[in-house]
Design a protein around this ligand. Sequence first.
Ligand code: PEP
Length: 248
Amino acid sequence: MRKRMVAGNWKMNKTPREAVDLVMLLKDKIDREDIDVVLCVPAINLIAVADTIMHTNIKLGAENLHYENCGAYTGETSATMLKEIGVSYVIVGHSERRSYFKESDEIVNKKVLKAFEYGITPIMCVGESLEEREDAITVEKIRIQVKKGLKGLTDKQAENVVIAYEPIWAIGTGKVATNEQAQEICHAIRECLTEMFGKDIADKTRILYGGSVNGKNADELFAMPDIDGGLVGGASLKEDFANIVNAE
Ligand code: PEP
């Protein structure tokens, strides 16, 4: 039985003070032990959020990391730094980073491996553009991202990695994939994992859906057999995040 996960991706939103206010608002409403609730916040907010979620069940996540341990990489954050302040999860390969910061599948793979090296669980994002969906190459595209992104993982790592299926056309657009569309691709991801690591492992790996999830559509999406929760952008900046966490 896979444990449900709901992770918020704040992107480049909230100052440290605003971050504390939001977490204070949310924390009493999302006190769940049966669900992994993760807040992935901008690097500047990590310490303030770490302090605010102390003694709660909420886990701390980062939005990015560098694949080197340290050195001349101005503006970047390493896994060692994240680990020291209590980060448990990190988003890797979000479509915004793939497109604006030219992150290739090879870079995504290095980041996934680096996160694991430091005991941080990567949430690896995959997803197709509208054009790719219209060209009927969605599954092909996703399979390449999964295979390249998870290259070299041990069985244990493959079991623990979290994959977020996020169709690019559904991110921040209010256009949510239908339950069937989301399930179809999450199932294809699980099949790809089965080919790579075997069925026992693929059955344990959590696959999230992301793309305009809100308090109204979450319960139906999360009820689909291969969807183990959600990665939530816009709605994670509001009280509605609590409704998503508490979706039946
Ligand atoms: C995201 O950016 O990861 C995301 C899913 O955004 P939204 O929920 O706003 O579509």
